[in-house]
Design a protein around this ligand. Structure first.
Ligand SMILES: Cc1cc2nc3c(=O)[nH]c(=O)nc-3n(C[C@H](O)[C@H](O)[C@H](O)COP(=O)(O)OP(=O)(O)OC[C@H]3O[C@@H](n4cnc5c(N)ncnc54)[C@H](O)[C@@H]3O)c2cc1C
Length: 387
């Protein structure tokens, strides 16, 4: 399929579906027409078309109802590609459509109090009981769990084998008895994330994604996609965080200085290099699944977002912050909020989705081919690891 054919498809779709009618019906119809994510297979919101044609669809449909990508970031960026890669036909049919339309929100139950960077040490247990699994454990830093209908969950199904081998990946029903979500307040005052307690949660075996014991491999697909989702989102030239800083620069000529000008120019160049690298990464993605290169994008994004949001408050001389709203509306995105909020929230960018130290390790080992860190526990059964 080429660009002209995609345009024709979109035109035919618009001739049949009124974008000014019911928003949800429009989004469902768009999914059914294969115009949700064109590179997905037919029947699952796509057309099996090259990924780069998605931007043509987005452009043609820019004046029609849009997704709430903020609240569904984990669903769209991480759960969907993982379900596509490892889900059964039945799971794809059940989950992908309401995920894309936003009818069912997803969260990610990976991190635990004792397992973050070294995720494979996680201790949440899933024990088989007939056709079900019984899950017990605690997860932490779970963004959006208070909105979520479903979660992607990694749990330990075999403590007797080394840590990476005893994991299994599930879809967790966030409405199941035994799931308890408690808010955690961040530096911004809001509670975007939560701790989640799982006590005797029963999950039918048909909510398992991938083979028993293959959870680490499934989780890698999620994590590689997470880094691309956080760091590799398309940005227009001069847009994103550098755009917010440039707006401030234009609005306040009296605050400019030669020194700040020099710094802004160098940040602009870095932002442009990062943006172009993102475009190149997305082109590579069109040819397959994301590899470790996505870690480089996420690393640059985090550093740049922190430097730019710091520059923004310094330039505006606006260092006060007094908005401690606990649960914020999901309708206002990062850029729609004030400079103080952005400065504080950007601090989390170098932690979420893998810390910058871990991403440097991945780039060193898997992109540059440098010697790996010593891993003394890789052959030790998980149950014998010191905790
Ligand atoms: C805003 C935000 C949202 C999040 N949302 C989610 C979510 O929805 N779901 C979820 O599961 N998790 C989520 N997380 C958790 C996130 O993935 C973890 O915080 C992260 O992976 C780090 O784990 P940790 O906090 O346990 O830190 P630790 O792993 O304890 O690391 C502590 C410090 O040690 C460093 N370190 C650790 N190991 C090494 C090493 N081998 N080499 C060098 N340095 C090392 C780290 O870089 C870090 O500086 C979120 C975090 C944030 C900040």
């Amino acid at each position: 399929m080429n660009e002209a054919q995609i345009r024709e498809r979109v035109a035919a779709f618009l001739a049949e579906h009124d974008p000014h009618g019911d928003r949800l019906e429009f989004l469902r119809a768009r999914y059914d027409a294969g115009l949700a994510w064109v590179w997905f297979p037919e029947g699952h919101g796509g057309l099996g078309a090259p990924r780069e044609l998605q931007q043509v669809v987005e452009h043609e449909l820019s004046a029609t109802p849009q997704l709430n990508t903020g609240v569904q970031a984990i669903g769209l960026g991480m759960a969907a590609p993982t379900i596509l890669a490892f889900g059964t036909e039945e799971q794809k049919r059940r989950f992908l459509r309401p995920l894309w339309t936003g009818e069912e929100i997803w969260c990610q139950l990976f991190s635990e109090p004792g397992a973050g960077s070294d995720l494979a040490t996680l201790g949440t247990r899933a024990v088989r009981d007939g056709d079900e699994w019984v899950v017990d454990g605690q997860k932490v830093w779970t963004s959006g769990a208070h909105h979520a209908r479903w979660a992607i969950l990694v749990a330990r199904t075999d403590p007797g084998v080394p840590k990476h081998r005893g994991l299994t990946y599930f879809v967790c029903d966030m409405h199941a008895p035994g799931v308890e979500v408690r808010p955690l307040r961040q530096i911004t005052g809001e509670a975007e994330f939560n701790e989640v307690f799982l006590t005797g949660v029963r999950l039918p075996d048909d909510l398992r994604l991938g083979e028993v014991g293959d959870g680490w491999r499934v989780a890698q697909t999620t994590l590689m996609n997470e880094r691309v989702a956080i760091g590799g989102a398309p940005v227009r030239r001069g847009g994103g965080m550098v755009g917010a800083v440039l707006d401030a620069w234009r609005e306040h000529p009296g605050l400019r200085s030669h020194d700040l000008h020099e710094r802004l120019l160098s940040l602009w160049v870095e932002a442009e290099v990062t943006r172009l690298s993102g475009a190149r990464l997305r082109e590579q993605l069109a040819a397959g699944h994301p590899g470790p290169e996505g870690s480089g994008m996420k690393l640059s994004f985090a550093r740049l977002n922190q430097e730019l949001s710091g520059f923004d408050v310094e330039f505006r001389r606006e260092l006060t912050y007094d908005d401690w709203t606990f649960r914020r509306s999901e309708d206002v995105d990062f850029y729609g909020r004030g400079p103080g909020y952005r400065y504080l929230r950007a601090k989390g960018n170098s932690i979420e989705g893998g810390t910058s130290e871990i991403l440097r390790n991945i780039i060193a080992e898997r992109v540059l081919g440098l010697p790996s860190e010593p891993r003394v526990d890789k052959d030790v059964p998980w149950k014998d690891l010191p905790r």
